[in-house]
Design a protein around this ligand. Structure first.
Ligand code: NAG
Ligand code: NAG
Ligand code: NAG
Ligand code: NAG
Ligand code: NAG
Ligand code: NAG
Length: 912
């Protein structure tokens, strides 16, 4: 026995040695001989798709050049100081060093999901970008927090501030510098894959919660990068190669979304304005085209809307893999390209930026002031938010994990399969009592009680119940475990949707586990069945149970992974597996059937909602590792449900906008994003939904009274003209005479395989082909001072972070009183909606919209005040002709209640 053990140990040792040797050899091989530092050029057409324009459509990109310089708007003191400090650093950098800070070193070339080049001269280490908003992705010993959609359904700004702190703290603890998120897409398509990554289908709700999250995580020392800017509303066709073959073989271009200027301002841009106001350091441009031009090279989007109008002072990074060009993107206002590679050509060391950006500077196609501004924005974003720029000697704050391996020892670059075996993961445990507590509380508050007939809930032995059945695949963890790569699982509870932002979830508590624990402690008998197809046994159990809880689910995720034929976006809105039949069979036999749904967006409830024995229905978005614990707390009444639907649940799925999943004959799919969003559409069309946006029941009852509306400041019709711009700052000119100074310093070090560097390949800086600037760009002038008023002053709607400061002024304060008249303490979610004046001259389509949320905790029998502040922007519509926010004189109706269709208090604001 002992002998065998000894022998196998020896064999193991020899194997490890061989493995290490072989790796060592291959690493030496690849970096010294087989790897070539290849030359290449990327030719590309004008970003304005001429063919698309010629097809006679109304949507086009009004060219907007040059890119606005940072540091020109007045009265933004923390940014002004930061920008001036950033300029001091930029002024000592060479071109290649600056380019290093704009371009990722390539997928897998660093430990994070994206990493920038370094500045050894100043000890600046690689800036680390990592997903995401529900915990640190691709590592271990971090909390799997509830999804952003779950955050959306809490309707609780204060709690989401705490969530931002918790996620920020864990990210910082792992050495992350920029958290890629939160997502601000709006669930325009109910089935869209990434809907669980953002806050639901209302721009006001998304804006309020996202800005709380952004402020809090930045306060904890990590920058945020809200995404995807803009119109990133589905996974289908976000890239071409992801969707090729079979029925998609005609696909020629990624999805183009069309958005009118009005819809842009009033819907899609709204939450971005809020996060810019909140100080977000970064904004990530998305994969799709907008009006025919890629978001990351759309000058109107980035230069005009984001940097000019919203006064954004930080940097624009590509969502991971979204950069589609070099010079064009840079001129359109993109500042940072991550992970650096050309999409679909990962790990080959090539980039549209890096060496080609250096070349475009040396051949003067891109002016140096643009590069200076790109780097100034990056550094200033850190300084304005007191987020540390990583320094190579500050070892303890650097990332101490590898996004490419969960093993302790692995190759240095496991994704690139290069380098010797070394310790790549230190398994730093960043969880804390505080972060765990916030994860659990967010999960509890995110659970929405949709239906509650009779008094089965909360489940109690006092009602004479003794036997509980828990049924459905969704009640337990998938048999493959909870920690499969990218969380591409659906035969179990959905702790999170799938994709590269998945957080390892080894601590997940399943509903069956948490319910069993509580049931046993309280003297219940409990049966658990996860069989969805052979229903004979579960039917027997349902027959005997006093209460049956059926767990149902649907899932979605990122477009690069498919689960059961769902390519990111869901292929339908029905529940998965055999959920509906299971629910009905159980309900046929058990008077008290409770359905608990876990899904990344709206699902069709019609197959069972009318069943008289389905007494209660709960819904939640993916809730992270505490899903089971939170749902058990609610079911047994240890906490009251207090979540509210962040979207509408329709009776007919045809009332939702379908995913664009067909390729038109010209190969260029288009998505019209201009239909009214979610509840606005249902209200305007007079369609009664199954459950309205904002709906969510509690176990208690609440009574609202004493509405008061006080004018704080009389509204004026026009916005105050913003203060003129400060003079542009230009760095001292630096004539570039000798491109050989930007060549690879082979005498200092050797290039690593697949690594993107900033160095020129050769001194041949001019292309053989003439470079065509995008339409509307004039290389000879920085700004057209004679014709372009924005050279001296911001547009009327601009002039501050998030737009004209007037917009964020409170004009009215609204107060009311809420009494908890029920039997249980708990939260009440007060919602305020405003209906704009109607009339011949009034702007069209201004149905009732959410303009206030206040969630208050009230003890039984006690009252609390609810308070709302109505800003000028809350009462304004976007005037396309005058390009400004306008208040239309008339009567604004105020509704306060507990959903977008259930109101208790009514008021009016008359503006003349
Ligand atoms: C898209 O096209 C419309 C014209 O229909 C225009 O008003 C709007 O500003 C354009 N937006 C962008 C981002 O190009
Ligand atoms: C650019 O970054 C790389 C690491 O990605 C580093 O090796 C190189 O020295 C940096 N170059 C300069 C000029 O700072
Ligand atoms: C990694 O983390 C461990 C534990 O916090 C720490 O002791 C070590 O110094 C860190 N190492 C590096 C290379 O950052
Ligand atoms: C619960 O089930 C038990 C056993 O089947 C039964 O004796 C009891 O009466 C039931 N209680 C109620 C309230 O229906
Ligand atoms: C909808 O999709 C789910 C998940 O792929 C699948 O289980 C179900 O059978 C589909 N439903 C219909 C009606 O096609
Ligand atoms: C300058 O370099 C860029 C990057 O390679 C290239 O696209 C552009 O055509 C070059 N400009 C000229 C005038 O050669």
């Amino acid at each position: 026995m002992i002998k065998t053990l000894y022998n196998s140990k020896l064999i193991f040792f020899v194997l490890v040695l061989l493995l290490m040797l072989s790796n060592f050899t291959s690493a030496t091989d690849s970096s010294e001989s087989s790897f070539e530092y290849v030359d290449y050029d990327v030719e590309k057409d004008d970003p304005l798709d001429q063919e698309y324009l010629a097809s006679g459509i109304n949507y086009y990109v009004p060219p907007s050049y040059p890119a606005p310089l940072t540091g020109r708007i007045q009265l933004i003191h923390n940014w002004a100081k930061a920008i001036s400090k950033a300029r001091d650093i930029v002024s000592v950098l060479d071109i290649v060093e600056k380019v290093n800070l704009t371009t990722g070193i390539g997928y897998g070339s660093g430990v994070c999901q994206a990493n920038l080049g370094t500045i050894p001269k100043l000890d600046i280490d690689s800036i680390c970008f990592q997903h995401g908003a529900h915990g640190v992705a691709s590592t271990d010993f971090a909390t799997n927090f509830p999804s952003s959609l779950a955050a959306g359904s809490t309707f609780n700004k204060d709690l989401i501030y705490q969530l931002g702190r918790a996620v920020g703290r864990e990210s910082k603890g792992k050495g992350v510098n920029v958290l890629m998120g939160p997502s601000l897409n709006l669930g325009y398509h109910a089935a869209a894959g990434q809907n669980s990554e953002s806050f639901g289908s209302d721009p006001y709700l998304a804006g309020k919660l996202a800005s709380a999250f952004v402020k809090a995580s930045q306060y904890e020392g990590v920058l945020t990068c809200p995404k995807g800017f803009i119109g990133y509303e589905q996974q289908h066709f976000r890239h071409t190669d992801e969707w090729q073959g079979g029925k998609y073989d005609k696909l020629q271009s990624p999805l183009n979304v069309e958005i009118t200027d009005k819809v842009m301002h009033e819907t899609y841009l709204w939450p971005f304005a809020e996060v810019v106001k909140a100080g977000a350091g970064c904004v990530a441009c998305s994969y799709n085209k907008v009006n025919g031009t890629f978001a990351c090279e759309n000058s109107y989007l980035i230069n005009h809307l984001l940097k000019e109008e919203l006064g954004f002072q930080g940097f624009v990074a590509s969502d991971i893999g979204a950069m589609r060009s070099g010079v064009y993107s840079v001129l359109a206002g993109a500042d940072v390209n991550i992970p650096g590679d050309i999409y679909g050509q990962y790990a080959d060391g090539k980039s549209y930026w890096g060496p080609l950006l250096t070349r475009a500077i040396y051949n003067s196609t891109i002016p140096q002031y643009r590069l200076d501004d790109m780097v100034t924005r990056l550094l200033a974003a850190f300084m304005a938010n007191n987020v540390k720029i990583p320094l190579d000697y500050d070892v303890d704050s650097l990332p101490n994990f590898s996004s490419w391996s969960l093993h302790t020892y692995d190759q240095k670059y496991p994704f690139q399969k290069s380098g010797s075996i070394k310790q790549v993961n230190y398994h730093v445990d960043v969880r804390e009592p505080f972060t765990e507590k916030v994860a659990l509380q967010t999960a509890r508050e995110a659970i929405v009680l949709l239906k509650n007939k009779g008094s089965v809930l909360p489940i109690s032995t006092e009602d004479g119940y003794s036997r509980i059945l828990v049924a459905g695949l969704g009640s337990t963890t998938d048999p493959r475990g909870s920690d499969v790569e990218q969380a591409a699982l659906a035969n179990g509870a959905i702790y999170q949707s799938w994709g590269p932002n998945a957080v390892t979830s080894f601590n997940a508590i399943s509903p069956a586990e948490a319910i069993s624990k509580k049931a046993r402690e309280r003297g219940f008998m409990i049966d658990i069945s996860t069989d969805e197809y052979d229903l004979e046994d579960v039917e027997k159990m349902a027959d005997l149970a006093n209460v049956s809880i059926v767990f149902a689910l649907a899932d979605a995720g990122d477009g690069d992974v498919q689960v059961d034929g769902n390519y990111g976006d869901r292929k339908n809105l029905t529940l998965w597996a055999n959920n509906v039949e299971l629910i009905n069979s159980v309900a046929d036999r058990c008077y008290n059937t409770i359905v608990v749904i876990n899904s990344p967006g709206p699902v069709d409830l019609e197959g069972f909602i009318g069943h008289e024995n389905v007494v209660s229905v709960l819904w939640s978005a993916p809730l992270g590792q505490y899903y089971g614990a939170a749902v058990a707390d609610i079911l047994f009444g240890d906490y009251q449900p207090s979540g509210n639907l962040p979207f509408t649940i329709a009776k007919k799925t045809s009332d939702y906008v379908d995913i664009i999943d067909k390729v038109p004959s010209n190969g260029k799919p288009v998505d019209d994003l201009n239909r009214l969003l979610d509840y606005r559409y249902f209200d305007e069309m007079g369609i009664t939904p199954r459950y309205a946006f904002g709906h969510g029941l509690t176990y208690s009852t609440f009574k609202l009274s004493s509405l008061s509306i006080n004018e704080k400041k009389a509204p004026t019709i026009d916005l105050t003209k913003p203060l003129p711009y400060l003079d542009p700052y230009y760095f001292p000119s630096n004539p570039l005479t000798d491109p050989s100074e930007a060549l690879f310093p082979f005498d200092e070090f050797k290039p690593l395989p697949g690594h993107i560097y900033p160095y020129l390949y050769n001194t041949n800086i001019y292309s053989t082909k003439q470079f065509n600037y995008p339409k509307g760009y004039d290389p000879d002038i920085d700004c057209d001072f004679e014709n372009d008023p924005t050279c001296d002053a911001p547009p009327i709607s601009g002039g501050g972070l998030g737009g004209n400061p007037d917009l964020y002024e409170t004009l009215y304060k609204v107060k009311a009183s809420v009494e908890n008249t029920g039997e249980m303490e708990g939260y009440f979610t007060a919602q305020l909606y405003i209906e704009f004046p109607r009339g011949r001259k009034a702007p069209k389509n201004h149905v009732r919209q959410l303009r206030g949320i206040d969630k208050v905790f009230i003890k039984k029998g006690k009252s609390k005040k609810i308070k709302f502040e109505i800003t000028r922007k809350d009462l304004s519509y976007w005037d396309v002709e005058d390009q400004t926010w306008v208040i239309y004189p008339g009567k604004y109706k105020i509704y306060i209640g507990s959903s977008s269709r259930k109101f208790d208090l009514f008021g009016e604001i008359e503006i003349s």
